[in-house]
Design a protein around this ligand. Structure first.
Ligand SMILES: [Zn+2]
Length: 577
C-alpha cells in the first residue's frame, strides 16, 4: 500500500508539468472501485451510496455510481457489487486475546451432558500427547440440577488432569486428577474473591469460582510461544471472515502486545487492534482484583505510558486501562445492591471504593481511557463514582471512560452515564435467552431487575454512546449473530416468541451503528474510520443480504462475502464473484 501511495505521489508530481493529463481523481490514484452496491455508510450526512473509490488504504470517493465511476483511471480494478449490501467494517469493542489455544477443546456448542462427555472423550483420544486437557465454553444447564461436578469429567477422563472454563470464564471445572495435582482437598480454604466449591460431604466438587481458579491455572503448563502465536493468527483469520476489521482487547499484558507486533511484522494482522492494559501492572489476564498492597504509582504504570507512546498507529494502538469490579450474575458474583432472589448473597465487590477512586484518578490524569467491567448495579455505580471522582480531582473531561457489559444498571444511574460522558460497552449475546438465561440468570435477578437487564434500548434512549462487543472468547465474536440477538432477543430457533423482554430490542441500523461508528468512537478513531466517508480508511464488508430490509428472523443467515481492511481484502468468500 505504501509503495502504491508513493508511486501515485510520483506520478502526480510528474503530471504537474503536463496539466492537460491532470490526475482524474484529485486526492489520489483510484486503485479500486466498488460499484452498483447498496451501501450503508453510517454517515448521517450521506447515509446511503452506490459506489466507493479506494486509493491505497483510503476512501477517496463515496457516492452515486455515475460520480464515482468518473474517477476511474485506466488501470483501476472494478468490482461489481451486484446490488449487495455494504457496511463499514465491524469493530468488536471488548474481546479477549489471545483466545483459546489451538490445543484446547471447544465446548461452546455443547447442549447436553452426553455431548459434553463425548466431546471430551474424542478430544482426549485425538490428542494423546497433551499433558493437560484444557477447554472452554460449557454452561450450567447441561448438568443435572445445574450443578457442575468433577465426576462428570472423571467418567470419561481420569488419567490426565482436565480443566474446563465455563463459557464466560469466571469459573471452571476440574477433574479429580487436576485436584490431586494442585493439592486441593477438603481442607483448602477460599482465597480472597474466590470460592472452592464443596459438596455436602465437604469434599471439593471440582468447581472453582473467580480468583480460586488460580489454584488450578497456576499448575497448567503454558503453551509455547509458537502455539500461542499460531492460535492468534488462526483467530485473526476467522475474525476477518466474520467481517471484523477492528477489535479492542480488553485485558492486555505486554506479552499479548508482542504477539500482535509479530503478526504485524509477518503481515498477518487482519484487524486493527486497540489495547486496554490490565489495571494492576504485573497481573495476568486471569487475575481478579483484591485489596491493593499499596497504591499504584506513576512509576508502576510507566511501561504503559511507554507502550502508548510506541503504539499509536492505525493498526496497533494503546488507548486504555481495564479493571474488573465484579463477576457475573450466573455465578452470583456480580456485585448487587440487593441479594439474588432466594438467597442472602449479593455478589463480590472486587475493589475497595477509595482504592478504586485513587487508581482511576491516576490513569485519568495520565490521559488513559479507563474501562471497568461492571455487571451488577452496585459495581456499575461504584465505577461511575470513580469516574466522577477522577474528573473532579483532575479537572478532566472527554476521557470517554467506559463501563463494560453494564448488564444490570440502576435506572437512576443512566443519567449519570450521560452527564459524565461515560460509554456503555454492551454485549448482545448476554441477552440471548437460552436455558441458562431463563433458568438461572433471570430468576436470580427477579422481576424488579430482569426486565431491564441487558436492555440495549435503555442506553440509546438515554443518549449514552453504546458500542457493541462479544466478550469473546466467552461467546462467539460473529457480529451477525450478536446483532441478531440485539434486534430480536430470541434464540436462533426463534424463542421466546416476541422476544425476551422485547422492550430492550433495538433496530438493525442502531445495531450497525454500535458495531461500526460507535466502536470507532470508543477507541478515539472516529476521525479516521467507523463510517464510509471520503477521507477515512477503506474498511468495509459486503454481506449476502440487506440487513435493513429482511425479516429480523433471517439476520442470522447472513454471510460475509468480502472483508476489506485498509483497501485490501482480508477475506473473500468463494461465493463472491
Ligand atoms: Zn471481558
Amino acid at each position: 500500500m505504501r509503495l502504491k501511495t508513493m508511486f501515485s505521489a510520483l506520478v502526480a508530481s510528474t503530471l504537474l508539468t503536463v496539466p492537460a493529463l491532470a490526475d482524474p481523481a484529485p486526492g489520489g490514484h483510484v486503485d479500486r472501485l466498488f460499484v452498483n452496491g447498496h451501501i450503508w455508510t453510517g454517515d448521517d450526512a450521506q447515509p446511503w451510496a452506490e459506489a466507493i473509490a479506494v486509493s491505497g488504504d483510503t476512501l477517496i470517493g463515496v457516492g452515486s455510481d455515475a460520480d464515482v465511476k468518473a474517477m476511474a483511471a485506466p488501470d483501476t480494478a472494478v468490482t461489481d457489487l451486484a446490488g449487495r449490501f455494504v457496511t463499514p467494517g465491524f469493530q468488536d469493542t471488548h474481546i479477549h486475546f489471545p483466545g483459546p489455544s489451538i490445543n484446547s477443546v471447544d465446548l461452546s456448542d455443547v447442549k447436553t451432558l452426553s455431548q459434553f462427555q463425548s466431546r471430551l472423550k474424542d478430544f482426549a483420544a485425538a490428542h494423546p500427547d497433551l499433558q493437560w486437557i484444557i477447554g472452554k465454553g460449557w454452561g450450567y444447564s447441561i448438568f443435572p440440577k445445574q450443578i457442575a461436578d468433577r465426576k462428570y469429567i472423571d467418567a470419561v477422563i481420569a488419567d490426565r488432569p482436565v480443566y474446563l472454563a465455563e463459557r464466560d470464564g469466571h469459573m471452571g471445572l476440574a477433574n479429580s486428577a487436576a485436584l490431586r495435582l494442585a493439592g486441593v482437598t477438603a481442607a483448602t480454604q477460599d482465597p480472597p474473591n474466590g470460592r472452592v466449591m464443596k459438596g455436602k460431604n465437604g469434599e471439593p466438587t471440582g468447581e472453582f469460582k473467580e480468583a480460586a481458579q488460580a489454584l488450578i491455572h497456576s499448575k497448567i503448563p503454558p503453551d509455547s510461544e509458537e502455539v500461542r502465536y499460531r492460535s492468534l493468527v488462526t483467530h485473526l483469520n476467522e475474525m476477518a471472515r466474520s467481517g471484523l476489521t477492528a477489535a479492542h482487547d480488553a485485558m492486555t499484558t505486554p506479552e499479548i502486545v508482542e504477539l500482535f507486533e509479530r503478526a504485524l511484522a509477518d503481515n498477518q494482522l487482519k484487524l486493527r487492534l486497540r489495547f486496554a492494559m490490565v489495571m494492576i501492572p504485573g497481573e495476568g489476564p486471569y487475575s481478579r482484583q483484591h485489596r491493593l498492597q499499596r497504591p499504584i504509582t506513576e512509576e508502576d504504570v510507566a511501561p504503559y505510558v511507554h507502550l502508548r507512546d510506541k503504539l499509536h498507529g492505525s493498526l496497533l494502538k494503546v488507548t486504555s486501562i481495564k479493571g474488573v469490579l465484579d463477576g457475573t450474575v450466573d455465578a452470583m458474583t456480580a456485585s448487587m445492591s440487593e441479594p439474588y432472589v432466594g438467597t442472602n448473597v449479593s455478589g463480590i465487590p472486587f475493589w475497595d471504593s477509595d482504592e478504586l477512586n485513587q487508581t482511576v484518578a491516576l490513569y485519568d490524569k495520565l490521559g488513559f481511557q479507563v474501562m471497568l467491567h461492571g455487571i451488577g448495579d452496585r459495581a456499575i455505580s461504584q465505577g461511575l463514582d470513580a469516574f466522577a471522582y477522577a474528573a473532579k480531582v483532575n479537572g478532566t473531561a472527554g476521557r470517554r471512560h467506559r463501563i463494560e457489559h453494564a448488564e444490570v444498571p440502576r435506572l437512576e444511574d443512566l443519567k449519570r452515564f450521560h452527564d459524565l460522558g461515560v460509554m456503555a460497552v454492551t454485549t448482545p449475546m448476554f441477552a440471548n435467552p437460552d436455558e441458562t438465561v431463563l433458568t438461572n440468570f433471570e430468576p436470580l435477578l427477579g422481576p424488579k431487575r430482569a426486565p431491564h437487564a441487558d436492555s440495549f434500548r435503555i442506553f440509546d434512549d438515554a443518549g449514552i454512546v453504546q458500542a457493541f462487543s462479544s466478550d469473546w472468547d466467552a461467546f462467539t465474536f460473529d457480529p451477525i449473530q450478536e446483532m441478531a440477538v440485539a434486534v430480536t432477543r430470541q434464540t436462533p430457533d426463534g424463542k421466546p416468541i416476541g422476544g425476551w423482554y422485547p422492550a430492550g430490542r433495538i433496530s438493525v441500523e442502531a445495531a450497525l451503528r454500535h458495531y461500526t461508528r460507535d466502536g470507532a468512537y470508543a477507541t478515539f478513531d472516529e476521525a479516521e474510520r467507523g463510517t464510509l466517508t471520503k477521507g477515512k480508511l477503506a474498511d468495509f464488508v459486503v454481506l449476502s443480504q440487506d440487513l435493513t430490509k429482511i425479516d429480523p428472523a433471517k439476520i442470522r443467515q447472513t454471510k460475509v462475502l468480502l472483508t476489506v481492511m485498509g483497501g485490501e481484502d482480508t477475506w473473500r468468500s468463494p461465493d463472491f464473484h
